[in-house]
Design a protein. Structure first.
Length: 129
């Protein structure tokens, strides 16, 4: 059995043409050159992601099981992101503070309506009794 080829970001970037189109998806590299003309979303979508990690774009679209099976037939190796800036950048887990709401500006008209109801009731009581 042959050894699995490992592609770096630089290796992947060399394959972003119609003649050689590679995509990295979920840590795996796929040679999608022969599939460009068949892609249901059009070739532009493929060229936009060619030669780079397309995991987010691939998952955002919500590809079918059939699409994932087709992808397995194009597998050519593993992707190792050697970009150190990606390794050091971690998402912030600190929640953003929620500003305290001021009830006078909250848009609630309950106190206003209640006041009018009391005044209207007093006026009606005065005239009806």
């Amino acid at each position: 059995m042959s050894e699995i080829k490992v592609f770096s970001k630089a290796d992947l970037a060399q394959h972003a043409t119609r003649d050689s189109l590679y995509l990295a998806i979920a840590g795996k590299v796929y040679d999608c050159t022969s599939f460009v003309d068949e892609h249901p979303g059009g070739e532009e979508v493929m060229f936009d992601e060619a030669g780079k990690d397309a995991t987010e774009s691939f998952e955002d679209v919500g590809h079918s099981e059939e699409a994932r099976e087709l992808l397995q037939k194009m597998y050519i190796g593993e992707y190792k992101n050697d970009d150190s800036s990606q390794k050091t950048k971690a998402p912030s887990m600190t929640p953003k503070p929620i500003p305290a709401s001021d009830n006078s500006e909250s848009g609630s008209g309950t106190p206003y309506i209640l006041g009018l109801a009391i005044i209207a009731g007093a006026v009606l009581w005065k005239f009806l009794l």
